[in-house]
Design a protein around this ligand. Structure first.
Ligand code: HEC
Length: 241
């Protein structure tokens, strides 16, 4: 899969996932739609009902953008790995899409419909769940702090590895954690491994290959030093002590 879109962003200095930026729009707009429909119920002013509807249209438009971008981010930053938070986000995103699209469909026909505030409420609850599991994904991928000399390596870890190896674990093959992995003892072995990862029996596993156009030898060295600092406490490089 080509990541030219991310390469362009990286040239502009943006290296993070794009989905979290976009999702604020449907999230905020859903809350707005619910808020205005409650105002309409309380004040009986029809204008608030229209505002709620217009805001929901906006939410739907950005949802149609945020979902594909979320799928691209998932491929790019998590290697398309099908783990729990992703599964639950996929289900919730489908539910959310149905709710917000139904609200827009219904609102076009009958702004007075009693079902509209219920749909708005449902979309807010779903969006809350989506935000929660999005937060779990991002913050569970948390990377251990390290002194500034490890910044480059830490950044490489964060953008290429922490999705699956959060806190040095391995969320796909729990018995093969990065923490104290045998490859951390020797740089040549480590480099060979990330260029062509293998299961212990020599067969290819799920871990993606990292060719030199994604992680240069130089950056791999920085990554190796960071990983040794962060996840192989007994083998910290002298410079970090
Ligand atoms: C999509 C998930 C995923 C990503 C991203 C990922 N890995 Fe892995 N990693 C795995 C899996 C799964 C294994 C088990 C072996 C395999 O599948 O090839 C593994 C195994 C390892 C091992 C061997 C652990 C052991 O106990 O033998 C090391 C070292 C490792 N990964 C380092 C990295 C580094 C460094 C990065 C980032 C450049 C990275 N991985 C990115 C999933 C991932």
């Amino acid at each position: 899969m080509s990541y030219w879109f991310y390469d362009v962003l990286a040239m502009l200095g943006y290296t993070h996932p794009v989905h979290p930026v976009l999702v604020h729009v449907p999230a905020g707009m859903s809350i707005g739609a619910l808020g205005f429909s409650i105002l309409a119920l309380l004040t009986k002013q029809a204008a608030f009902r229209s505002t709620a509807y217009h805001v929901a249209v906006f939410a739907l438009a950005f949802t149609l953008l945020a979902i594909p971008v979320g799928i691209f981010d998932w491929q790019r930053f998590y290697g398309g790995a099908w783990f729990f938070e992703i599964q639950i986000k996929a289900v919730l995103a489908a539910v959310y899409l149905v709710l917000i699209a139904s609200a827009v469909w219904l609102g076009r026909r009958c702004l007075e419909s009693r079902a509209l505030p219920v749909l708005y409420l449902g979309s807010v609850v779903t969006v809350g769940g989506l935000g929660f599991f999005g937060g779990q994904l991002v913050y569970h991928g948390f990377t251990p702090e390290a002194p500034v000399q490890f910044n480059v390596g830490r950044h490489v870890f964060e953008s290429h590895c922490s999705g699956c190896h959060r806190r040095g674990e391995n969320i796909i093959e729990p018995n093969m954690p990065l923490r104290n992995a045998p490859q951390l003892h020797d740089f040549a072995e480590f480099l060979a491994f990330i260029r062509n990862p293998r299961m212990p029996d020599g067969s290819p596993g799920v871990m993606p290959k990292f060719a030199s156009d994604r992680i240069s030898d130089l950056n791999a060295r920085e990554l190796f030093d960071y990983l040794n600092f962060a996840f192989a406490a007994s083998k910290r490089p002298v410079s970090a002590q």
